[in-house]
Design a protein around this ligand. Structure first.
Ligand SMILES: [Zn+2]
Length: 389
């Protein structure tokens, strides 16, 4: 047995290797690879008529009936000191098309990958067809009971976001997945999150995406509720994205303020000092001096502050980034109190970053009778809807 085969056999915790022809994955240009787990010491995958393909030794084995296979990730990484970047270890498919991992059933294929440099653990990646991915995502990112035209608008936005991520991952060529299953990217469900309506929304919009005037895929962002108007990406993050305009009239979330947050003076100092470290504030400030805040309006992007005799502008979006989504549910807020010496009191509207498609607004427009194309044109006035497959 070669060293490589020995490592693999340790990794498989006792399973013997069988020499069967490798399984060829179906060639489909529109598949998405989603990282569904990260940093695991052990991985257990089960399924009926399971086929396990081991990449490092190019070997495949199919098990008849119900079978559970285990992978001991720490063995593999510990014994192979040369492992630095990620390595694709195994791929699993089943006769039923569903593979079980962590008590959830996934469509398509599951891949077991090392977590990366010096990490004695594995990641699990689910590779599946785009429209299956979209149909499982809709129940998590929106609500399967919402009007079908709102679900369809969400489907096009999520498909565009995913395809843009796939393009980026291909350019980098350094990762075994395109997206994370997290709020950072998009939250997708498992097979049991798919409903008749989410499937319908994915199928009826199959291949439709949003492109900018240059004919390029654009990251189509979305959020729960804008609070009355949406923001451009550069108002929240630092990057400008071609094809974005803010939408000032989202009538369905123009309701009353729905959150408030109180920040102590010492925490205000902390965020200013963080912004200085990050280079967002270039002026040299002495934070032991008196800090004054100026009167504010909700639609201002910056909070105007004076530290000693120096005036600074602190981007409001930094508060959500620094203090988190629980303390700052949206980027649409203003200073309600705190001009004096006491704690700083903020009041805000909406939920989410506020960029792109507003879900509460889409629901309202769909109930009013708008179709998904009109809803998308409302939130993405500069983008065109195109069918690419
Ligand atoms: Zn809205």
């Amino acid at each position: 047995m070669t060293l490589k085969a020995l490592i693999i056999s340790l990794f498989l915790s006792g399973n013997t290797l069988a020499r069967v022809a490798p399984v060829k994955s179906p060639s489909d240009n529109y598949k998405v690879k989603v990282r569904i787990a990260h940093g695991l010491k052990n991985v257990e995958v089960s399924g009926t008529d399971l086929t396990r393909y081991l990449h490092p030794v190019d070997q495949s084995k199919t098990y008849g009936g119900r079978k559970k296979v285990k992978f001991n990730c720490h063995y593999f990484s510990k014994d192979n000191k040369k492992v630095s970047n990620q390595i694709l270890l195994a791929s699993l498919t089943s006769g039923t098309g569903l593979v079980t991992f962590d008590k959830k059933k996934y469509q398509g294929e599951l891949h077991v990958v090392t977590s990366g440099r010096n990490k004695k653990s594995c990641d699990v990646v689910n590779e599946l067809e785009m429209d299956s991915y979209i149909s499982s995502l809709l129940a998590k990112e929106m609500n399967a009971s919402w009007p079908i035209e709102a679900l369809k608008a969400q489907a096009v936005a999520a498909r565009t976001y995913a395809l843009h991520k796939i393009q980026k991952a291909k350019l980098l060529d350094s990762s075994f997945y395109d997206l994370e299953n997290s709020e950072k990217h998009q939250v997708n469900g498992d097979f049991f999150d798919v409903t008749r309506r989410t499937l319908k929304a994915a199928r009826l919009t199959s291949g439709f995406v949003l492109k900018n005037k240059l004919g390029k895929l654009t990251p189509a962002f979305f959020h729960a509720s804008c609070g009355g108007r949406t923001l451009r990406p550069d108002e929240v993050w630092s990057n400008k994205v071609v094809g974005y305009e803010k939408v000032a009239n989202c009538n369905y979330c123009k309701k009353k303020d729905n959150w408030q947050s109180v920040i102590s003076r010492s925490r205000l100092k902390k965020i200013i000092s963080w912004a200085m470290r990050k280079g967002y504030i270039t002026k040299k400030l002495n934070l032991d001096k008196k800090i004054r805040i100026y009167k504010d309006k909700r639609n201002r992007k910056f909070l105007n502050i004076k530290v000693g005799s120096r005036k600074i502008k602190l981007k409001k979006a930094f508060f959500r980034r620094y203090f988190g989504r629980v303390q700052f549910p949206s980027n649409y807020f203003y200073l309600a109190d705190g001009l004096g010496k006491g704690p700083v009191h903020f009041v805000g509207k909406g939920n989410g970053h506020g960029v792109g498609l507003c879900q509460v607004g889409s629901r309202g427009l769909a109930l009013k009778g708008w179709d998904y194309k009109r809803i998308l044109s409302h939130y993405f006035p500069e983008l065109n809807i195109k069918k690419i497959y």
